[in-house]
Write a protein that binds this ligand. Structure first.
Ligand SMILES: [Zn+2]
Length: 357
């Protein structure tokens, strides 16, 4: 036994830590690339199992490396790569080894919580109970999107989990945002001010619950293209308030909802009054008029039919893909709605909602 331990320690040094980390990260990348080119795995658990055995062995060797600056860097590199494939079983021992040498860099990697539809990563001091509190709400939000709109695909690459990157801040200076740049998954950047709980709005009036609902809207659909945001940012606002209102009504007694009060200021009802007071009519030109368009469509055919139309465009490949992010055209959306069963009965209302361009 002693000899075996000695041999593996020598082995780990002989095949240096940076090389092990590189081999592992490249294997993760290759699995992700192959899947993105031709999605075969049903979900990320299945995908994670496609990692070759020799790559998984790198983790075992890395967790035995001796401390050195290069070893620390290699452990961090491999741990980050593990999250690209939701391999928490690799992430945890790599992080633990790094923590034994250097608590600071290990803390920088953060903590993770893997759920069937997403991977939540908490950094900068987010505690496990705080991360779990947000994850519980995100699960409700995802359920709500499925219930209201029929949306169930929440990452740009089918079968990949959504990522939620939660970071603790003294003060929130940038609201949550959809980060479209990652190649294999969709990610939401999510600042919080409380390490152990999730309350919204925050004491200084940041609507984090609504923000989470809103960002999911961006993940599901972008409009026009990168130069011309056809929805004038109204789509995510529309789906965001629909979701806040829906969960406030249907999950009132759910433990995860007890500290969330956004519905007082973020709801369809609230927006309806605002638009009526301002006498906004549906149109294409700004956030208010496009919001009024979505609201008119919502009232005509309902959220489900709106969701079905987008899902149909998606299935038909009628969208633009920019770095795999889905961009839809209003014109296609209108045509799809008009040809749907719900839409055929409301032709006039739909045409009125799209009037003006
Ligand atoms: Zn937004």
């Amino acid at each position: 036994m002693l000899l075996a331990g000695f041999t593996s320690a020598v082995l780990a040094q002989a095949r240096d830590a940076p090389r092990l980390a590189k081999e592992y990260a490249e294997a993760v990348e290759a699995v992700n690339r192959a899947h993105a080119d031709k999605p075969a795995a049903r979900d990320e658990d299945e995908l994670g199992k496609k990692l070759p055995a020799n790559a998984a062995k790198c983790v075992a060797e890395l967790t035995k490396v001796e401390d050195s600056p290069a070893a620390r860097e290699a452990l961090a590199t491999a741990a980050k790569a593990a999250l690209e494939l939701d391999r928490t079983e690799d992430f945890e021992p790599l992080r633990a080894r790094l923590a034994a040498f250097a608590p600071g860099p290990a803390k920088e990697l953060g903590i993770v919580l893997s759920r069937p539809r997403f991977l939540a990563i908490g950094t900068n001091g987010v505690e496990p109970e705080g991360l779990a509190a947000i994850a519980d709400v995100l699960d409700l939000v995802l359920d709500g999107y499925a219930e209201r709109f029929g949306f169930t695909a929440f990452s740009k690459v089918a079968g990949k989990k959504l990522r939620l990157r939660v970071h603790l801040e003294q003060k929130i200076t940038r609201p949550p945002h959809f980060a479209p740049q990652f190649p294999w998954h969709s990610e939401i950047d999510f600042p919080v001010v409380d390490a152990r709980a999730f309350r919204s709005p925050t004491a200084d009036g940041k609507f984090l619950f609504y923000g989470l609902c809103h960002e999911l809207g961006h993940v599901i659909a972008m409009w026009g293209d990168r130069q011309n945001e056809e929805d004038r940012h109204a789509w995510a606002h529309y789906t965001g308030v629909v979701l806040v209102e829906h969960l406030a009504q249907t999950r009132k007694d759910h433990p995860a909802m007890q500290e969330l009060r956004d519905v007082r200021w973020r709801s369809l009802e609230f927006e309806r009054k605002q638009l009526a007071a301002k006498k906004v009519v549906p149109g294409p030109k700004d956030a208010d008029t496009v919001f009024a368009r979505f609201l008119a469509l919502h009232d005509a055919v309902g959220a489900k039919a709106i969701g079905e139309a987008l899902n149909a465009l998606d299935a038909a490949g009628k969208h633009l893909l920019e770095n795999r992010v889905r961009y839809y055209a209003m014109r296609d959306f209108e045509a799809e709605l008009l040809s749907s069963k719900a839409g055929r009965a409301k032709k006039k209302d739909i045409e009125a909602a799209f009037a003006g361009g």
